[in-house]
Design a protein around this ligand. Structure first.
Ligand code: ZN
Length: 217
C-alpha cells in the first residue's frame, strides 16, 4: 500500500491547492492513503470547520482512496490557542519543530502527547540527533509513548537521506518497533515529488516497518 500522510492545502498559509486537488493528485498517482495535515497555527480557531471539511472529502472520495484527517502542530513555541479537547474527528496529529532551537522541552511535548486522544507522530524529526541532544533513546521513548515517526521525503531534511543510506539507523528504527509514516510535505501539486515518496513507501514495506496507526479499521 502507498501512503502519503503529510500534505498542505489552502487551509495552511503556505498551501496552494484545495484539499480536493491534493486528493485527486494522490488518486492519479496511485496512492491508497492520503493525509491532509494542515498547520494548526494557520487554522487556529477554525479547527472544527477544517475537520468537518476534510471529513466530507473522506466521504466523497471513499471509493477511490482512504483520506485521513490530520493536523500539524508546531511545538516551537507551544501553541496557546490549541486545546486537546477540540480534536474530535482528527485521525492523527503530527507534532513538528521539536528539534528546532527554541522548541518546547521534550517533557512538555510528551505531556501534550498524553493529552491527545488520537495517533500522534513526530514530523520531520531527526530522532538520532535528538537522542544525542537529550542523551536518551528517542526511539525507545517514542515506542513507550506510542508516537510514530515520519519519514519526510520533501528533500528539506537531512535525516531522510541519512535513513536511506545508513543501514545501522534503519535497523535501529526497525528494532525499536516504532510505527513509521511516509509524508511528502507537499504544499503545491505541481512540485509533487512522486518518485521519492514511492521509493520511501517501498523501503518501509520491504523493511516490514509497523504502520503508523491502524490505517484500515
Ligand atoms: Zn508540514
Amino acid at each position: 500500500m502507498l501512503m502519503d500522510l503529510h500534505n498542505h492545502t489552502v487551509f495552511s498559509y503556505d498551501g496552494s491547492n484545495t484539499p480536493e486537488e491534493i486528493i485527486e493528485n494522490a488518486i492519479r498517482s496511485g496512492f491508497d492513503a492520503v493525509g491532509i495535515c494542515d498547520h494548526q497555527f494557520t487554522i487556529k480557531t477554525n479547527l472544527k470547520e477544517y475537520i468537518a471539511y476534510i471529513k466530507r472529502c473522506k466521504e466523497k472520495y471513499r471509493k477511490d482512496i482512504k483520506v485521513f484527517v490530520g493536523l500539524e502542530v508546531s511545538v516551537c513555541p507551544m501553541p496557546d490557542d490549541f486545546s486537546p479537547n477540540d480534536i474530535d474527528g482528527l485521525d492523527y496529529i503530527l507534532l513538528e519543530r521539536l528539534d528546532k532551537p527554541g522548541a518546547s522541552s521534550l517533557d512538555e511535548c510528551i505531556k501534550l502527547r498524553r493529552k491527545l486522544n488520537c495517533p500522534v507522530g513526530f514530523a520531520h524529526c531527526d530522532v538520532f540527533g535528538m537522542s544525542e541532544k537529550y542523551n536518551l533513546d528517542m526511539l525507545e521513548l517514542m515506542r513507550r509513548e506510542n508516537i510514530f515517526w515520519e519519514l519526510n521525503t520533501s528533500g528539506n531534511y537531512n535525516y531522510y537521506y541519512d535513513f536511506l543510506t545508513n543501514e545501522d539507523k534503519r535497523q535501529a528504527v526497525k528494532q525499536s518497533g516504532v510505527g513509521v509514516s511516509v509524508g511528502s510535505d507537499t504544499h503545491a501539486v505541481f512540485e509533487y515529488r512522486k518518485k521519492q515518496i514511492i521509493k520511501a513507501n517501498e523501503l518501509v514495506r520491504k523493511m516490514l516497518l509497523p504502520m503508523p496507526f491502524a490505517m484500515y479499521r
